[in-house]
Design a protein around this ligand. Sequence first.
Ligand SMILES: Cc1cc2nc3c(=O)[nH]c(=O)nc-3n(C[C@H](O)[C@H](O)[C@H](O)COP(=O)(O)OP(=O)(O)OC[C@H]3O[C@@H](n4cnc5c(N)ncnc54)[C@H](O)[C@@H]3O)c2cc1C
Length: 295
Amino acid sequence: MDTDVFVIGSGPAGIQAAIHASRHKVSVTVAGKPSASAAAGPEMDNYFGTGHVSGSQLIAEGIRQAESTGAVFVGQNVISSSRGGDGSFRFVLDDGTEVVSKAVVIATGISREKLGIPGEKELYGKGVSYCAVCDCNFFKGRRVVIVGNESEAAISAEMMTGYASETSWVAWDMKASQVLLEKAEAAGVRIYGSKPLAIVGETKVEALELEDGTRIPMDGVFIELGARSAADIALDLDVMPELDDTIKVDTGCATEVPGVYACGDVTGKPWQVAKAVGQGCVAGTNAATFVKGER
Ligand SMILES: Cc1cc2nc3c(=O)[nH]c(=O)nc-3n(C[C@H](O)[C@H](O)[C@H](O)COP(=O)(O)OP(=O)(O)OC[C@H]3O[C@@H](n4cnc5c(N)ncnc54)[C@H](O)[C@@H]3O)c2cc1C
């Protein structure tokens, strides 16, 4: 699938970017799950002109507006990204669809969700990790568990079979694509369907306990909740994320790589809808004008 502007994220920032980009008569494709937006649950009472409004209502109306100007929402996550030699940007979605774009807007919100179970905080760095790609080498020949329901967890689980002696994957609300699930199974990943209860260990990780009573003895747990993180996507596009995984942008929402823009929570605080849509407007407009050669 070819598109002029590819927006990664279907929250307030991404939707606003899509509305502004598509008004410049460039083709716009939007990835991500609206239901996964931080705004999908809460009620808002500090957003200009709305009084008291549900975030889901804002998102649904925003998508309708963006679609009416021609933006296409694919409803899937990006699982890999890269730069083409011809200056294009290339992406793969959950279902294997390939997307090639001339400009990108990263609007993925905040990543690295926590499980919030006993042992997670205490054993962080002692076997608990939030990035399989970063830490896989430390677990060569050891037993690991991947925790997460989305495609990103499936990718990490399959990858870890190339390092670990034993790879398990805990997914209690499976949302990974069937293709990636089958690939992980074929690579020898053992899958458990119960929710994690606690990470156990004195000075280092020793086991993961599940709600159904299962105890998985292991040396490392990779918590891969949610979709591919903004930091991973940015790195793949040659944009260096900040230490806290946010993406630095200038006042035009441009990153250091021409054609790559970012907006919303992913650029840092304040984590507010007003700031997300403000930056979305700037990023979408500038991505479109970049494509048209006006920048
Ligand atoms: C409980 C709570 C209450 C809040 N209350 C308020 C409030 O009262 N007022 C206020 O202004 N703000 C409030 N906020 C904050 C507000 O929701 C966020 O600032 C806002 O949603 C940020 O928008 P965003 O588009 O940057 O990110 P998000 O809304 O988080 O959207 C991120 C999008 O990126 C997508 N995505 C992530 N990874 C990928 C990937 N790999 N591929 C494709 N898509 C991906 C997700 O699916 C999602 O669609 C609240 C937040 C919470 C959690």
